[in-house]
Design a protein around this ligand. Structure first.
Ligand code: CMC
Length: 379
């Protein structure tokens, strides 16, 4: 058989892997729906807790349903003492490595770890949503030599996250900003990390294993890692007037401008505009318009690429918001991971519901039928 006889789909570009009810993406239009609801409405009108309910249970919650989910999330924020010790031991690593290790270790403490029933997966997904926030913030504090901040039982998911991260309660604007960020990151089709989580689930491994897989996959700079790289790039540019020259240098060297381009979107990523507007407003409020000015100048410098379908993606403006909120760069990908736990959970549920082992083929191109050479005869 030759490559002429098989159709290679490198990178699985344009391949439909399965059916989903999680999200719909129209890459040409720049449209994103979660469970049928437009991301613009969800970003403007809902809360992260509502979106978690929508994704996991399939409809917008009534007030009592939302209250119950909220209470569950609040009650699930504590992590075992041993997880703090694991964070302490691994604190020199990248926060994504610490997160991956700590979430993996959480499996040993979850009484339902081996239970793949839909009810147990939903319960574990909610626990992981809450516990992941606590892990990320504990790591942030511990590596600074500070005491972790115990989770609050009264704050929303997003306000509690900022509270545990910085040690003081955020104002309503900041909490809302964080909430919108989590909403925008919650689910996004067959992206690399969700796909990887599905592969793990397709072997009937448990949710913790699938989420650990997702975290590992999200770290790379072509996926969630881009958020971290964008702000490093903005720092290197340093001044809006330098953006054009920077872009030319990178593109002439066949490099990539981080936070641009997407496998599915040929129009602007619909999530980006919310983050841009909010980053601009926060920068103005704090008297620090510099970052958004540099990023806007870079968007302008990349204008000729729009015709090729290369636009800003969700990662482009997110980092500037975190930066303005005093969160260090290497925490940006963990924040993306935290927002994405509901999406990974939902896709694992979908995979279990109608499971088929995900096991594609690789076309072999190496030598064939070589004669085994004994060690003493090898040169
Ligand atoms: N800067 C410059 N050129 C680009 C960029 C970019 N950011 N993205 C794509 N291109 C060019 C690429 O060089 C190629 O040109 P040509 O056809 O002349 O060789 C063309 O666009 C197609 O690119 P591709 O890499 O074949 O497309 P892909 O679908 O395989 O890659 C991507 C998608 C996201 C990996 C890529 O756009 C990229 O590397 N972007 C920068 C990293 C980034 O921002 N990642 C976050 C993605 S969105 C959020 C998430 O899921 O994490």
């Amino acid at each position: 058989m030759s490559t002429r006889d098989v159709e290679l789909k490198r990178g699985l570009k344009d391949v439909y892997l399965d059916r989903t009810q999680a999200s719909f993406i129209d890459g040409g239009e720049g449209k994103l729906l979660y469970r049928g609801y437009n991301i613009h409405d969800l970003a403007e009108k809902s809360t992260f807790e509502e979106v978690v309910y929508l994704l996991l249970y399939g409809s917008l919650p009534t007030q009592p349903q939302l209250d119950e989910l909220d209470a569950t999330l609040r009650a699930s924020r504590a992590i075992p003492e041993e997880i703090y010790q694991i964070i302490e031991i691994t604190k020199a690593g990248h926060p994504m490595d610490v997160l991956r290790t700590a979430v993996s270790a959480l499996a040993s403490f979850d009484p339902e770890v081996e239970d793949n029933s839909p009810e147990a997966v939903l319960r574990k997904g909610l626990r992981l949503t809450s516990q992941t926030a606590t892990i990320i913030c504990a790591n942030h504090r511990i590596r600074q030599g500070k005491q972790p901040v115990a989770p609050s039982a009264t704050l929303s998911h997003s306000a509690n996250f900022l509270y545990m991260m910085r040690g003081e309660e955020p104002d309503d604007d900041e909490a809302k900003l964080m909430d919108v960020d989590f909403i925008l990151h919650a689910e996004h089709g067959a992206n690399a990390s969700a796909f990887a989580s599905r592969v793990t689930a397709s072997t009937l491994a448990d949710l913790h294993a699938a989420v650990v897989t997702g975290i590992g996959t999200l770290k790379g700079p072509l996926h969630g890692g881009a958020a971290e790289s964008v702000m490093a790039m903005a720092e290197e540019i340093g001044d809006p007037a330098e953006a054009k020259a920077y872009a030319k240098r990178v593109l002439d060297g066949h490099g990539r401008i981080m936070g641009f381009g997407h496998r599915v979107y040929r129009a602007e990523d619909p999530r980006a505009q919310h983050l841009r507007e909010r980053s601009k407003a926060l920068g103005e409020k704090l008297g620090q318009p510099k970052w958004i000015q540099i990023l806007d100048a870079l968007v302008e410098a990349m204008a000729p690429y729009r015709a090729k379908g290369i636009h800003v993606n969700v990662d482009f403006f997110a980092g500037s918001i975190y930066q303005l909120m005093g969160i260090p760069e290497d925490m940006f990908i963990p924040i993306f991971a935290l927002g994405r736990i509901p999406g990974w959970t939902l896709q694992v549920l979908e995979q279990y519901e109608n499971n088929i082992l995900i096991r594609p083929l690789l076309y072999y191109e190496g030598p064939m039928d070589l004669e085994y050479i004994p060690m003493e005869a090898r040169s």
